[in-house]
Write a protein that binds this ligand. Structure first.
Ligand code: NAI
Ligand code: MG
Length: 500
């Protein structure tokens, strides 16, 4: 049973959105030094709902200094693991207590159906912060028996210590804004790091709300700083800053590479969670109805704006028509609308830029010889909606088969032989995830080791667990978040050898 530390808040999102927001640097809520700001838009209407500061290098530098000072302060560095655990638990409790408001903010800012924000984004962030809280008291080194030639074994003690890596720069995307913030802030605080968090310019609001709640939870000033700003300005300044020790990034592979290059100049540690083009593989023993509903969910959930979206559907010939017809029927019936409308199943895309990207890819797919099986058009004239779309008949080399789109666009293709499917599935530069739909254990177990992907689902797709490592092979990234593996990303190992 959890004992609530705060009463449940009925505070509406409008209380938070009623005035221009500022960003948190140290203990202070500030505007950008330049005075510049960014309009935050509602993707369902394209109207401005509030503004946030547009930080540049000057603001980023202040935030890094604040994070450094906090990292070195005794209030933080001498805090006991159990104190860090308690701060994280309090933060989780506060997010949970304000869940209705935060879900509404997330839905308005990103466009996603409120139900998804309520059932997935906010509770997943709360659970993950609690999972990280538990880690604070479970960080361990090892003692090692030493064998150097010419010395007696009992003259030495060898052991390792886990130390926080230091100041973490976290740059996150707009598809699950609060959850991505939690993925970075949770392990950083659990291990004793401090953070400068830069949310995506399209969805800065829930990170700012999280920062307010962190202060309310009593987290020392400067441990969590949030700077809002554009990627090529604020993000680039953070990635290249010599005062940060680690950069944690989730976003596109192209930007991940820029960040990696900037980081290596300063030997800043990096973890990169990047794009994907994940295959959904349906073997012919699968129930076509179950597979169709799984495949539809794999691509249309969150309007396809999911790094693990199942954007390539490969179905064994015997059940191909049944599965593709099943997905098309689901696509045709999906209710498209604003996130705050309770009937909505498919919300808008996050931005005009993203809508254009998706629409352009659909055009490219048709030019490349693709046949439209479902959708294919922008939906409505207002806001940034796009129909759930399926294309078939494309060569594997087509751009729309190879490149990440990040929208509700699926390419479908049949295959004949299970022996050929691993090569097809592995045939892009990405390797984030894959799903297999089958109950034939022999075929499933033979396929799993042959797929070059960080996560394989069997008879499900897109589910994540806090205790299971998550990350990509190939161009899908470097490092594993979540689970025990995440501790490696936020700590240095120090070896100690002591002669006595
Ligand atoms: P992006 O990679 O530009 O944005 C992600 C984050 O990186 C944002 O906070 C952004 O401000 C920051 N950023 C952008 N340029 C930067 C730079 N030069 N230095 C440092 N930080 C920078 O992604 P974008 O442009 O919003 O979306 C384009 C495509 O990226 C999508 O269509 C999708 O394919 C992919 N993407 C993948 C995500 C994932 O979860 N794997 C999440 C978001 C986008
Ligand atoms: Mg927005």
């Amino acid at each position: 049973m959890t004992i609530p530390t705060t009463s449940v808040s009925g505070e509406p999102a409008s209380r938070f959105l009623g005035r221009p927001r500022s960003m948190l640097i140290g203990a202070e809520w500030r505007d950008a030094a330049s005075g510049a700001s960014i309009d935050v838009r509602d993707p369902a209407t394209s109207e401005t709902i509030t503004t946030v500061p547009s930080a540049d290098g000057v603001d980023v530098d202040l935030a890094v200094q604040a994070a450094r000072a906090a990292f070195e302060s005794s209030e933080w560095s001498a805090a006991r693991p159990v104190d860090r655990e308690r701060w994280l638990l309090r933060l989780a409790d506060l997010v949970e207590a304000h869940a209705p408001q935060i879900a509404e903010i997330e839905s308005l800012d990103n466009g996603k159906p409120l139900l998804i924000a309520q059932r997935v984004d906010v509770p997943s962030a709360v659970d993950f912060l609690r999972y990280c809280a538990g880690w604070a008291t479970k960080l361990e080194g090892t003692t090692v028996d030493l064998s150097m030639p010419g010395f007696r074994r009992n003259e030495f003690v060898g052991y390792t210590r886990r130390e926080p890596v230091g100041v973490v720069g976290a740059i996150i995307p707009w598809n699950f804004p609060l959850l991505m913030a939690a993925w970075k802030v949770g392990p950083a605080l659990a291990t004793g790091c401090t953070v400068v968090l830069k949310p995506a310019e399209d969805t800065p609001l829930s990170a700012l709300r999280l920062a307010e709640l962190a202060l309310e939870a009593g987290l020392p000033a400067g441990v969590l700083n949030v700077v809002t700003g554009y990627g090529p300005v604020a993000g680039a300044a953070l990635a290249a800053h010599p005062g940060i020790d680690k950069i944690a990034f989730t976003g596109s592979t192209a930007v991940g590479k820029l960040i990696g290059k900037a980081a290596i100049e300063n030997m800043t540690r990096i973890s990169l969670e990047l794009g994907g083009k994940s295959p959904v593989i349906v073997l012919d023993d699968a129930d076509p109805k179950v597979a169709a509903s799984g495949a539809a969910n794999a691509i249309f959930f969150n309007s396809g704006q999911v790094c693990v979206a199942g954007s390539r559907l490969y179905v064994q010939r015997r059940v191909y028509d049944a599965v593709v017809e099943g997905v098309s029927a689901i696509a045709a019936k999906m209710r498209i609308g604003p996130g705050l409308d309770p009937k909505t199943q498919l919300g808008p895309l996050v931005s005009e830029k993203q809508l254009r990207r998706v629409a352009d890819y659909v055009k490219v797919g048709i030019d490349e010889g693709g046949t439209l099986v479902a959708g294919g058009q922008r939906h409505g004239e207002r806001g940034w909606f796009h129909q759930p779309t399926i294309l078939a008949g494309l060569p594997e080399s087509a751009r729309i088969v190879q490149e990440e789109i990040f929208g509700p666009v699926l390419v479908a293709a049949p295959f004949d032989d299970v022996e050929e499917i691993a090569a097809l599935a592995n045939g892009t530069s990405y390797g984030l995830s894959a799903s297999i739909w089958s109950n034939d254990l022999k075929r499933v177990h033979r396929l799993i080791p042959r797929l070059k992907a960080g996560t394989i689902w069997v008879n499900c797709h897109g589910l994540l667990d806090n205790a299971l490592p998550f990350g990509g092979y190939k161009q899908s990234g470097i490092g594993r978040e979540m689970g025990r593996a995440m501790i490696d990303l936020y700590t240095e190992t120090k070896s100690v050898m002591m002669m006595h």
